[in-house]
Ligand binder design. Structure first.
Ligand code: NAD
Ligand code: UD1
Length: 340
């Protein structure tokens, strides 16, 4: 069974992926510097899986940190690389912070993987690389648009770095997963998204509004060319997304798998902001308070995935629908705040 290093494993997607890996019997090692997470995340992984996960506190910007991990656990064969900064607005204000963290960490990781002969890498990319596509749904061959933020650019550059590195003859295999909009929480309600401060993303803002922590949700624009005027995204349950990494690992172990491949990870369904509000309202005693405000600068109008390639090649199939996503997010928020 593979031994897997999960970088950024204390974060939102990394912790859910660690849980799915452990449930399926993989040996997991986590490295994180808690720059956007808390040690309590490791307790939640333990509570759900009843397993202690080896944890290394460290910053991937320091190559020695990674080298030491590969020296101590000498049979790691896969790295799932989540560790990165991800706040779009902050990346516009502090681009160097984003290029330094996201790019340097990846370069350090690739150097160390080469040095220690670690053969497999799974990388977290984003649908942000497509910008506002001319045609929908987007396939992996849809032309990429210039990034609308330094954060988005770090994902595009990272994809290029991985591809160039592998094409130069390094015997590492990699899968790049372009996530659509990850939402939702572990089915137990014991692990979920924990944004710091005021949430930027839709689902945590909605669940905090539902619990009265925020007064009202601002819906950014209702004059888009969509069925109800609000913007459309492809929301994907975080546990389905987590399992896409495990299916990718299985695929990489197949000798005929190419050295580098890219997959869209979304459900293939697009939902508007009002669709998401209607979904959460099914689980609330009173309708969610919201008001329509101006569009948010930099937002795309609509995007959803063609996920045929992931289904056919990785044998990955999302199980959860929009109601599962909103209800699991709500359940987690209630449990975390002690109101359940
Ligand atoms: P997150 O912030 O919850 O998790 C990232 C983790 O990485 C955090 O625990 C943070 O402390 C850690 N980290 C950051 N820099 C580090 C460093 N230099 N050294 C060690 N640890 C470091 O984010 P997430 O939502 O779980 O996202 C995981 C990955 O998926 C990121 O690469 C992100 O860009 C990508 N992604 C996320 C989304 C999304 O909507 N959440 C969408 C597309 C892509
Ligand atoms: C954003 C980033 C994307 C990143 C992702 C995860 C941009 C342009 N894109 O995606 O690069 O990968 O976060 O971190 O920032 N909305 C509201 N009110 C809110 C919050 C959101 O109406 O309070 C709307 C947005 O306008 C959007 C939808 O909800 O239409 C989803 O927003 P969000 O969760 O922030 O994700 P994205 O903007 O799609």
């Amino acid at each position: 069974m593979n031994k897997v290093l999960v970088t950024g494993g204390a974060g939102y997607i990394g912790s859910h992926t660690a849980i799915e890996l452990i449930k399926k019997g993989y040996e997991v090692i986590i490295v994180d510097n808690f720059s956007n997470s808390e040690p309590s995340s490791l307790d939640r992984i333990k509570k759900i899986t009843r397993k202690d996960v080896p944890f290394i506190f460290g910053d991937l910007k320091d190559r020695n940190v990674i080298s030491k991990i590969f020296e101590s656990f000498n049979d790691i064969d896969t790295v799932i690389h989540f560790a990165a900064f991800k706040a779009v607005g902050e990346s516009v204000a502090e681009p160097l912070k984003y290029y330094n963290n996201n790019i340097l960490s990846l370069i350090n990781l690739l150097y160390s993987m080469k040095q220690y002969n670690v053969p497999n890498l799974i990388f977290s990319s984003s649908c942000t690389v497509y910008g506002q596509p001319d045609e929908l749904p987007v396939t992996e061959d849809t032309p990429l648009k210039p990034a609308s933020s330094p954060y988005g650019n770090t994902k595009k550059i990272s994809e290029d770095i991985i591809t160039d590195f592998i094409n130069s003859g390094n015997y590492i295999k990699s899968i790049i997963l372009r996530y659509f909009n990850p939402v939702g929480a572990d089915i137990s309600g014991d692990n979920g998204e924990l944004p710091q401060g005021i949430p930027n993303n839709l689902l945590p803002y909605i669940t905090q509004t539902a619990l009265g922590i925020r007064e009202c949700l601002n819906v950014y624009g209702n004059d888009y060319d969509t069925h109800d005027g609000t913007a459309i995204r492809d929301y994907i349950h975080v546990s389905d997304l987590a399992n896409a990494h495990i299916d990718s690992m299985r695929y990489l172990s197949n000798k005929s798998a190419p050295f580098c491949d890219i997959f869209n990870i979304g459900t293939g369904e697009g939902y508007s902001v009002l669709d998401v509000i209607n979904s959460i309202n099914k689980f609330l005693d009173r309708p969610l308070p919201y008001k329509i405000v101006n569009r948010r600068p930099g937002d795309v109008e609509k995007i959803w995935a063609d996920n045929t390639k992931a289904k056919n090649t990785l044998n990955w199939f999302p199980k959860f629908n929009l109601d599962d996503m909103t209800s699991s997010s709500l359940n987690w928020e209630k449990k975390f705040r002690g109101t359940l």
